[in-house]
Design a protein around this ligand. Structure first.
Ligand SMILES: [Zn+2]
Length: 308
């Protein structure tokens, strides 16, 4: 008997509205968490309001995507043009929830971990992109969560469940508590799980190594190479995935940052410092490493062995 007897497409349609609503809450976090004032950072009790004129938003105008379309992208009270980011983040939230069931086995720990990670990256990408801030209120809980995700397999052991695969003809056996990287959507081929020790070491190195790098950088250039938020992001990514994949994310992120950043520096050529949201580059690097990192690494090691 399958663990959950619902076809993938139906599951995706059921999850879509949840994703849109969570995406809408992500917009609240993205707008409020980087605020200077303590009271402005309240994301739970304060009702939704227009950031421009502070008028409360009517419930039917607050429906994800449709509210924005209904209002044609403008505040009903003051006509303030609602940034395109709002419907975009809601749409991405919907896609994360609906798409998750195709790439990860729904209802298992690795699915939950993937969805939590994706929504966290959605928030961090946009706070870094718009305000150059990676809020502690998001990143510290993620550090703890990354470690917690390793505990069920440690205490509860392997538990195989059967679920619908992306191919509706084939049922798949998956470990309910698996928490590592895998070549999705091939759920039959597992990577190594992340152990408690790997998670803690990843957390420590993610926080420590860039801090050391910055001390050296500061001694030479008299300025910070990376912001504190970037270390914390590497720390929770280390807790989620262990040291190896975290370093993979760091290198791919630096590579992506260089591709985008170097041409920009040449164009501007103001000689001064230029702010680049490195958290955005890290966020974009997570997905390829999650799904293709282990494969790329074993290919590389194989080449090394053959090439000598
Ligand atoms: Zn307004």
């Amino acid at each position: 008997m399958p663990w959950l007897d619902v076809p993938t497409l139906l599951l995706a349609l059921l999850l879509l509205p949840f994703g849109l609503v969570v995406g809408s809450f992500c917009n609240v976090l993205i707008h409020r968490l980087p605020q200077e004032e303590e009271a402005e950072r309240n994301v739970t009790t304060k009702a939704s309001h227009c950031p421009s004129c502070k008028a409360p938003i009517k419930p039917w105008h607050n429906i994800p995507l449709f509210g924005w379309l209904w209002l044609r992208g403008k505040c009903a009270a003051c006509g303030w043009r609602i940034p395109f980011r709002y419907p975009l983040v809601e749409l991405l939230g919907g896609l994360i929830a609906a798409g998750s069931v195709w790439v990860l086995p729904f209802g298992t720990l690795v699915w939950l971990k993937g969805v939590v990670c994706a929504f966290a990256l959605l928030v961090l990408f946009f706070t870094d992109f718009t305000e150059f801030i990676l809020p502690d209120a998001v990143q510290f809980p993620l550090m703890a969560l990354g470690v917690l995700f390793t505990l069920p397999s440690l205490f509860l052991g392997e538990r195989l469940v059967t679920i619908f695969g992306a191919d509706p003809q084939a049922f798949l056996k998956v470990d309910l508590w698996f928490n590592g990287l895998q070549a999705a959507p091939l759920w039959t081929t597992y990577g190594e799980p992340v152990t408690l020790l790997q998670s803690l070491v990843g957390l420590a190195i993610g926080y420590g190594a860039p801090a050391l790098f910055n001390l050296l950088y500061k001694a030479v250039r008299k300025t910070d190479g990376m912001g504190m938020g970037d270390f914390k992001m590497l720390a929770w990514l280390g807790a989620f995935f262990g040291v190896g994949p975290m370093l993979g994310i760091l290198f791919l992120g630096a590579f992506l940052g260089a591709i985008v950043g170097l041409p920009l520096m040449l164009i501007r050529r103001e000689g001064g410092q230029m702010m680049l949201p490195f958290g955005c580059a890290l966020a974009l690097a997570v997905l390829p490493i999650w799904f293709y990192g282990p494969m790329a690494w074993s290919w590389y090691m194989g080449r090394m062995a053959v090439g000598g």
